[in-house]
Design a protein around this ligand. Structure first.
Ligand code: ADP
Ligand code: MG
Length: 403
């Protein structure tokens, strides 16, 4: 059993170290472009506030490989956004260890929220790439664990990694649990991968076969149909002997694609046509079953969209990861948008979308609410679907007797 937040008793007055996933995207003006992850953490924050805990928020943001990075990867704007969304005062400390942090915690009152600076600032210290956070440095984890009484991990997005701010702190603390978002993510993914209601149709897109091969294999075991689109479809097209022009292809995966196509003849469906153009640009597309010489396929075509709509018609469980075209280009977003709308319109299904780019597409279309679950953690969701044990979850496992 995984210990959850509601099983923790007597949180009043306790300092609760809360690992959230505020790794939000920014545009080049330094503005936050998607607040899905911030909103995702609100139930846990609200729960802790009502329990009159003293809340200390930890999160990473991006990667830190220089002092320069620290200027653009501060969590300060995220603290400001959180304050804006909730209307609560968010005390931001521009450090994550040391006197300033300790003092701020000492004067914190029950129900108040304090946010520390980006945990990955501990990856680059005194001009050196030390990766104390990302390599789960024991001294750092011990230090952080001593700042509080209880640890709550609500960052599903990093659950597949052993970092100091998730697995590290958890390993040092007795009193700990996963947060409400983490619990929700796990429950939904379990519904899809452990006890899916059939027909279970999975859609896998995105750029590369090599990124998703374990997911594809795992889904081929579990789903009734697996539909492949996006850039990775061309490796399968090549395996089918179709012309793919200059489309994205992984030569070293063509044999594997061939093998999968023959083993899973009735289950594995690959997009049947493309929207293509002569260069990687937002041109007006042409359509065809094959991509002619000198062209590249950047989206699925109308026949594939029809086919996918048909396959989804009777589905009871739908899992979608990876866009079916280059959604960065509006001319090549049609396939992805049509899939998103088709799934969104369905009632009576469990529909789950996961993965950074696919979630971004659904959110930008305003359709997130129409999905049963929008998985905020891209890599973590994929590894969970692959059946891997995620260290950031496993560390919260407990036998019922112990509770
Ligand atoms: P997710 O983040 O949802 O898991 P991925 O990161 O695997 O998705 O894939 C998203 C990327 O795939 C996008 O950058 C998109 O441009 C690219 N992509 C999709 N279709 C194609 C295509 N036909 N050719 C090249 N790139 C593609
Ligand atoms: Mg991505």
């Amino acid at each position: 059993m995984i210990k959850n937040l509601k099983s923790l008793k007597n949180l009043e007055d306790k300092i609760v170290l809360t690992r959230v996933d505020f790794n939000v995207p920014f545009n080049d003006k330094g503005e936050i472009t998607d607040i899905t992850r911030i909103k995702g953490a609100l139930p846990t924050i609200e729960y802790l506030r009502e329990a009159k805990a003293k809340i200390i928020l930890f999160s990473h943001l991006g990667r830190i490989t220089s002092e320069e990075d620290k200027k653009t990867k501060s969590l300060k704007p995220v603290a400001k956004k959180l304050a804006e969304i909730t209307g609560y005062k968010i005390i931001f400390v521009p450090k994550n260890r040391g006197e300033l942090v300790e003092k701020a915690i000492r004067i914190l009152k029950p129900g108040e929220i304090l946010m520390l600076e980006n945990t990955r600032f501990q990856d680059f210290v005194d001009g050196k790439q030390v990766n104390y956070e990302s390599k789960n440095n024991d001294e750092l984890a011990t230090y952080w664990s001593k700042l509080g009484d209880v640890f709550v991990n609500d960052a599903f997005g990093t659950a597949h990694r052993s970092h100091a701010s998730n697995v590290g702190i958890a390993s040092k603390m007795e009193n700990k649990a996963i947060g409400l978002l983490m619990e929700k993510e796990i429950n939904f993914l379990d519904k899809a991968v452990k006890t899916p209601e059939s027909p279970f149709v999975a859609l896998v897109g995105g750029a590369k076969v090599s990124d998703k091969i374990d997911v594809i294999k795992s889904l081929l075991e579990k789903a009734d149909k697996v539909i492949i689109g996006g850039g990775m479809a061309y490796t399968f097209h090549k395996a089918q002997g179709l012309s793919i022009g200059n489309s994205l292809v992984e030569e070293d995966k063509v044999e594997l694609a061939k093998a999968l196509l023959s083993t899973y003849k009735d289950k594995l469906i690959v997009a049947v046509d493309s929207a293509y153009t002569t260069e990687f640009a937002d041109n007006v597309p042409e359509y065809g079953d094959e991509v002619p010489e000198g062209n590249m396929g950047l989206d699925i075509g109308p026949k594939s969209i029809e086919l996918i709509k048909n396959e989804l018609e009777n589905a009871k469980t739908i899992l979608w990861n990876g866009p079916f075209g280059v959604t960065e280009f509006s001319n090549f977003s049609k396939g992805t948008n049509e899939i998103a709308m088709t799934i969104a319109e369905k009632d009576d299904v469990i529909s789950i979308v996961g993965g950074g780019d696919s979630v971004a597409a659904v959110v930008s279309m305003g359709l997130a609410k129409e999905f049963s679950h929008v998985a905020t953690g891209g890599g973590a969701s994929l590894e969970y679907i692959e059946g891997k044990v995620l260290p950031g979850i496993k560390i919260f496992e407990t036998t019922e007797e112990k509770n």
